[in-house]
Ligand binder design. Structure first.
Ligand code: NDP
Ligand code: 2IT
Length: 445
């Protein structure tokens, strides 16, 4: 495999799709060795087939705001690869959404879903709609218009969307309501549903919990644990919330959260009521963490800054892609951080990852460490198919088991001769082998 040549060709075909090209390059570099050892992949031209989505659906989403103005947003669904199961992946509503971002997320999702051990292919979708400052009625009308187009392309055995940035329980409710009306079926076509109408218990917590379970496994390889450790979390959304809950439960002290406006440093620890307050902040639809510092004495708001300058033992980036760069990584290393476990998708830049590897930090890429969200979506699909419901303990046990299994797969494929585990390589190889071998089994289709 000639990674440079493949990347040059891909860049010519998709100029300017920075995030997508970044994600593909990282995977190709990690799997190069394994790929070259298995000539059957080359003869089936697996690489060219796996790096392009099966199809991309784009559509316009017209809707009317509360003042009667007609608005138009763009909607997308990228159906990337369904070799091991129906397309599966979230929907993102954020003004930054474009095709490059959704293609990167869909590509990552293929390997992440393969790692979960459940039968799910990879997909992603969303819109450049900005939920910030919108009323409930506006969000509802937008979601209904979005689904009026999307429903034709999804189904419980075809493509099963879920949430991501800007899409939580409220949006899934509006989307599902419209799907149900159009289709006339009450099926498991979206995950992250309300627990009264088919949603799995623990799904809201799952990504953050899973991320902390993964970090716990990594720490254990060095005889360490969360007990007494200072933890920096970025973001204040669904994933950050779940991670804060579980890290605190395991004895860690979460000292930061962040938003687009800056970060909060709370040396006493963000626990109990303060974690509940994160939900209030999120529901306010205002996109800021600043108010936290006014509510909780002793905490500080650092405007326009990222939390990586704070001295911590463990960092859990849970906001968005490329939010932790080389400089931030160096700061974490200098401050004695031992473990970085990604809750978000691709939050660390390639330069940051290089620094973590050089300094032998425990570093987990999102496609392994944030797979608990989609894994629990998979468990929701299973419960919907079986028409039954597991209790929280049952779902949590399965989630824990899946995260331990993913950790094991990463160690198996990523352990170097000196004992250091390259989790990026491990996750990419394990995910790739499962999907590529499945594609081989099914011939050229
Ligand atoms: P939420 O919308 O609940 O929260 C996202 C957080 O990131 C918010 O704090 C948000 O602030 C912040 N954020 C978003 N974009 C930016 C930006 N450009 N600059 C700075 N901050 C930003 O989303 P989730 O918690 O669901 O998602 C967080 C990350 O986790 C994403 O990378 C997502 O892909 C990933 N993920 C989510 C899963 C899930 O199940 N929800 C599963 C696996 C991964 P704001 O929105 O106010 O801008
Ligand atoms: O990035 C992700 O894995 C998600 N946003 C969750 C996807 C899902 O289908 O639950």
């Amino acid at each position: 495999m000639n990674v440079e040549k493949i990347m040059n060709n891909l860049e010519k075909k998709h100029p300017g799709e920075v995030e997508y090209l970044q994600a593909v390059k990282e995977v190709l570099e990690s799997i190069e060795e394994v790929y070259n050892e298995n000539p059957q992949f080359e003869s089936a031209n697996i690489i060219e087939r796996i790096i392009e989505p099966d199809r991309i659906i784009t559509f316009k989403v017209p809707w009317v705001d509360d003042e009667g103005n007609v608005k138009v947003n763009l909607g997308y669904r990228v159906q990337f690869n369904n070799a091991i199961g129906p397309y599966k992946g979230g929907l993102r509503f954020h003004p930054s959404v474009n095709l490059s971002i959704l293609k990167f997320l869909g590509f990552e999702q293929i390997f992440k879903n393969a790692l979960t051990t459940l039968p799910m292919g990879g997909g992603k979708g969303g819109s450049d709609f900005d939920p910030k400052g919108k009323s409930n009625a506006e969000v509802m009308r937008f979601c209904q218009s979005f689904m009026l187009e999307l429903w034709k392309y999804i189904g419980p055995e075809t493509d099963v969307p879920a949430g991501d940035i800007g899409v939580g329980g409220r949006e899934i409710g509006f989307l599902y309501g419209m799907y149900k009306r159009l289709k006339g079926d009450h099926t498991g076509v979206l995950t992250g549903k309300g627990s009264n109408w088919g949603g799995s218990l623990i799904r809201p917590e799952a990504t953050g919990f899973g991320c902390v379970y993964f970090a716990k496994e990594m720490l254990a390889t060095r005889g360490e644990s969360f007990q007494g450790k200072r933890v920096a979390i970025s973001g204040f959304g669904n994933v950050a919330w779940g991670a804060a809950l579980k890290a605190t439960e395991l004895g860690g002290k979460v000292v930061t959260i962040s938003g687009p406006d800056g970060y909060i440093y709370d040396p006493q620890g963000i626990s109990g009521k303060k974690i509940e307050y994160m939900l209030e902040l999120r529901a306010s639809n205002e996109d800021i963490v600043r108010p936290y510092a006014k509510v909780f004495e002793g905490s500080e708001f650092h405007e326009g800054k990222r939390p990586w300058e704070v001295k911590v033992d463990i960092a859990l980036p849970c906001a968005t892609q490329n939010e932790l760069n080389g400089e931030n990584a160096q700061m974490l290393v200098n401050n004695g951080c031992i473990c970085v476990c990604e809750g978000a998708n691709m939050p660390s830049t390639p330069e940051a990852i290089e620094i973590f590897h050089q300094n032998k930090l425990l570093f987990a890429p999102g496609k392994a460490s944030n797979a608990g969200g989609v894994a629990t979506s998979g468990l929701e699909m299973t419960q919907n198919s079986m028409k039954l419901r597991w209790n929280s303990q049952e779902v949590d046990n399965r989630l824990h088991e899946i995260m331990c299994n993913i950790h094991g797969q990463c160690v198996k494929h990523g352990k170097k001769q000196d004992g250091y585990v390259d989790y990026v390589k491990g996750a990419n190889i394990a995910g790739f082998l499962k999907v590529a071998n499945s594609m081989l089994d099914m011939g050229v289709i």
